[in-house]
Design a protein around this ligand. Structure first.
Ligand SMILES: Cc1cc2nc3c(=O)[nH]c(=O)nc-3n(C[C@H](O)[C@H](O)[C@H](O)COP(=O)(O)OP(=O)(O)OC[C@H]3O[C@@H](n4cnc5c(N)ncnc54)[C@H](O)[C@@H]3O)c2cc1C
Length: 480
């Protein structure tokens, strides 16, 4: 097995965000469409495959390649244009969500869809068709994209939209980097009348109450997300805290020019004015065990009750959406040595079966003694992209600590949960996955969609140049 420190000239360690998987790989960093074409040619000449990679924020092996090279697209990160009348942005594929909001907010626009972190690139976000805490309301990022440019290994640069090359548009968005490099994205943003939103915390006794409450708010809340204490036993199974949020109407913020400034969005460097944020992961590391996390979750549940009694408060867009970025490198609390880290198990289940399925998942985790340290629930809606993970239903995201000692048992546990999810009509999400077995995706994605995707790949990438560890793990040899 390769190790992080193995010396290899020109090669570097490339790992999934959760640190559970990685390998040495040669990394190419193109700055232009021409250089991407050059990288395709170089890989072809060398007889190796190429994995496309943005910021590497996918938790598992979606942008690693233990059997070839990696094409890091983060240097293609120019903002090509921004229309201040419409809020439509024209961006190179390596532009990050953070760059976009920093550019758009001073003009009074916020990205329509963002993930829980601002580091992903447009190409990576489109490649996974990411969703935010408002998926039930505005759809995925693909729903906000008007047009993409895709450079495929066949050498052609194609522009795709809903009107033209619409198969490519609907397949490349969510196509996990298998069809070509998304070199440009034209995307809509939302007009906002303040740099803040109004947030309300609602404490819930169990999962049923949480889902009922969230469902009742979908019509009049712009964002909904639920945090779950996965340690709570049967009488409080799935208890936790909902955060509901709404955009402010014109006039509600007396100083929108000030609140839309970048300085107003940036999170403070110190926690409670004293502890430097950069050191917080060290304290979290001390708690990163079952007992510590049980205590932390209980404390959070109690704090949530207090928050629930306080009523609405205002928070900056960045503070609300990118809470996870508030503590830099928090993932290191899970371990920084080889193959230690975290994996996420995010399942998407239709409305009718979601509550009982998630309750069963929580119960099985407790019975197995493999309890998630962080549980998050969101409401979703379907979308038209070929390999979409979304459903008219709900997702439950569970973070599990992974170590060399528990790896086999944990992955077997996740495989069992996957069977449960698929039996309930559910799906999984490639951006978060590290446990699906070969063939699992074919059990929840329509066969005709997979066939059409494979056929398109054969046309655009006839030599199977674009590969990742995830593509080989989940689809076997169908995409190579
Ligand atoms: C803390 C945290 C919170 C998150 N929260 C959310 C969330 O709320 N919602 C959500 O949906 N996701 C979430 N994610 C997942 C993240 O948004 C996705 O994994 C996203 O795809 C990462 O983008 P990236 O630029 O890092 O791409 P990578 O992870 O590097 O790559 C993602 C995929 O896109 C492909 N790819 C990369 N660049 C291109 C390109 N230019 N053209 C074509 N294909 C390309 C890769 O081959 C790979 O298959 C979160 C991740 C983290 C770490």
């Amino acid at each position: 097995m390769q190790t992080k420190h193995e010396p290899q000239r020109d090669y570097e360690w490339v790992e999934g965000w959760g640190m559970a998987v990685g390998s040495q790989a040669r990394v190419l960093r193109p700055r232009s469409v021409e250089e991407v074409a050059g990288a395709f040619a170089a890989a072809r000449d060398a007889g190796v495959s190429l994995a496309l990679r943005g910021s590497g924020c996918s938790y598992g092996d979606a942008s690693t390649n233990s059997r070839g090279w990696v094409l890091d697209l983060t240097r293609m990160n120019r903002i090509l244009g921004f229309d201040t009348d419409t809020g439509v942005a024209n961006l190179e594929g390596g532009t990050t969500i953070g760059q976009l909001w920093r550019h758009s907010l001073p003009h009074g626009y916020w990205p329509k869809v963002v993930s829980g972190t601002m580091f992903p690139t447009m190409g990576g976000a489109a490649g996974m068709n990411i969703h935010g805490k408002n998926n039930y309301r505005v759809g995925t990022i693909g729903d906000c994209i008007r047009e993409i440019d895709v450079l495929s290994p066949d050498g052609e640069l194609r522009t795709a939209s809903r009107e033209s090359a619409c198969d490519l548009f609907h397949a490349a968005i969510g196509g996990f980097g298998m069809l070509g490099v998304i070199t440009r994205v034209e995307i809509e943003t939302k007009r906002v009348h303040s740099g803040e939103i109004e947030v309300t915390g609602v404490s819930c006794h169990d999962l049923g109450e949480m889902m009922e409450r969230m469902d009742a708010r979908t019509a009049d809340r712009d964002y909904l997300v639920g945090w779950i204490d996965c340690f709570a036993g049967e009488d409080g199974l799935g208890r936790g805290l909902i955060h509901e949020a709404r955009y402010l109407e014109p006039g509600e913020d007396p100083e929108p020019e000030r609140t839309c400034l970048i300085e107003h969005q940036e999170l403070p460097a110190n926690i409670m004015g004293v502890v430097p944020k950069s050191q917080v992961w060290r304290a979290l590391r001390l708690l990163n065990n079952d007992l510590g996390m049980r205590l932390l979750n209980t404390a959070k549940q109690l704090a949530g009750r207090v928050e629930g009694m306080q009523g609405p408060y205002r928070q900056s867009h960045a503070g609300f959406n990118f809470l996870l970025d508030y503590v830099p490198d928090w993932k290191w609390a899970y371990g920084r040595h080889e193959r230690r880290g975290l994996i996420q198990f995010q399942s998407f289940v239709p409305h009718a079966t979601a509550c009982e399925t998630f309750e069963e998942i929580l119960r099985r985790c407790q019975r197995a003694g493999i309890v998630s340290y962080l549980g998050v629930i969101k409401r979703h809606r379907p979308d038209p992209f070929w390999l979409t993970h979304s459903v008219d239903g709900w997702s439950l995201a569970l973070d599990f600590k992974i170590t060399p000692e528990n790896r086999t048992e944990l992955l077997a546990h996740c495989a069992e949960l996957t069977d449960l999810v698929i039996a309930a009509g559910g799906k999984h999400y490639f951006a978060k996955d590290y446990s699906m077995r070969t063939g699992d995706a074919a059990r929840f994605l329509p066969e005709e969609r997979i066939d059409a995707f494979v056929a398109l790949k054969r046309t655009l990438d006839p030599d199977g140049l674009l590969q990742t560890d995830l593509a080989r793990r989940v689809f076997g040899d169908r995409l190579v």
